[in-house]
Write a protein that binds this ligand. Sequence first.
Ligand code: HEC
Ligand code: HEC
Length: 483
Amino acid sequence: MPLVDILLHMKAPSVWLVCCFVLMSTLLMSAGHSAVSRVAPDRHDRGESAHRAFDCGDEPVLSETLIRRHSQDERRVEGPCDGVARGARAFFDERLHGLGGNGRSCATCHMATDHFQLSPASAEARFQILQWRRQWNRHADDPLFRPIDADDFRTNGEDATDFSNLRQNGLIRIVFPLPPTMRLIDPATNAPSGETSVDVWRMVPTVNDVALTGADSTNPWARLPNPLGGYQLDGRVATLEEQALGALTNHAQIQGAPPQQLLDDLASFQRVLFTNRRVRALSDAIRAGTTPLPDPDRRLTELEQQGKVVFTRACAQCHGGPAQSNSQAPAVRFHDISSQCPRPVDTVTPPRFAFAACPPRLARNARTYEIKLINGTTARRTSSDPGRALLTGFVGGLPGQDDWNKFDVPGLRGISRTAPYFHNNSAATLEDVVDHYIEFFKRVKVNAPPGLVPPVATTDGVHFDRQPLPEEREALLAYLRKL
Ligand code: HEC
Ligand code: HEC
């Protein structure tokens, strides 16, 4: 449908909102594109972008009852982009009328100017701007800095003011009830504490490409929740609606139940957010059932093409499928890639693998747990974020089955623009990421039971042949920067 028709179908505020949003995203997209087009001009692609940005796809998905209710209201005409427009408004709405929130919108953390994520640099800049504004206006506010995400919230409650984790690391507090098999160790006494929940600190992932990165239908994990993957870094949430409900409750601290329509609209809006139009075209093709699927890669140089070959061998067993976010069997679905703090250290000298150590600003988020393992014995383990183990309490057994430190595999499209990396923002650059994986594969080899090569490390079931070689580093990086 042409743009004019879409706009005519909308009420005035929606038009403005969508116009602003589209203008903004077109600017962001073309900014990203022009940076690249210096390397590989692609005129055809560019002509397509303006057209695609206005396409609302199959959104909104209105329920039958809603359509009936609306058809009785003559003033209300459902336009093809209405769900998306309402969702866009809600995504940026800090007042959330009638819900009694804390002044936060989704965009407070998923910043539109930060590719819908939050970098530590942006968090720190916003903190500085807030201090500056407070010189003139003591009521000046930025809802990013709410006590629930202050380091000293547990001791100072609503008076908490220490935002070190947000400012230095760009991390948000996520609270989990402790599973019955796990207890926290009190660092002061070195004995199990009476705590019934644990705080972990996680980065704000982008909401670009979420139409693609949810659950898929293959390669189930052995345990609930969501054995086929899902949303959140640990895959604990099945749908975008469920995710929005959780965010409104936990981050925006709303007081009542939000209307289902709000959750649907937020989902509609997020389903049209993409890294670029090629990823959008891929998503459209999947939805339409078109085959073969289009390749979302830009035109690649020879070096980048070599990097893609390395990626396919060394990374795609986990970052597989069209969205690069699903492990391919026999590799299991959820993985521990040693991204927690503290990083594992080899006990042998000289060390057979050596991860870069976590800086103190991140290492201090580690806690020690006393865990009842599945074989009935008790053990202590230390981690800044045990991942899926906090959902299941299932720890021990073969490495492939243990939930300890396991996370869902994220998509990697647009990755060059969303540094730093990993669930705790512990890798500053893509170089750090690749170096981390070079050590990761060495450790897999060290820990493998004799005569057994884990599927993540082998293409033929016999040799350790997946790891990126030092001489392949530059090519792999070139490809990652192009994603
Ligand atoms: C206080 C900051 C904050 C606010 C406000 C916030 N989020 Fe998030 N969001 C996060 C963090 C942190 C995560 C990762 C949490 C985790 O994995 O446990 C996340 C994860 C997500 C994800 C999962 C992405 C993926 O790939 O799995 C989606 C979708 C999302 N948020 C949407 C929303 C929506 C919609 C809203 C508004 C209703 C919202 N967020 C408000 C911080 C925030
Ligand atoms: C064993 C499975 C596995 C392999 C192999 C693997 N990854 Fe990952 N990757 C993951 C998981 C799980 C995460 C999420 C971990 C986290 O957030 O701490 C992740 C996260 C990432 C991230 C961070 C994403 C973000 O938004 O912060 C990047 C970048 C990445 N991987 C790149 C690669 C590259 C490049 C390779 C190949 C050299 C690779 N991965 C190989 C499982 C894997």
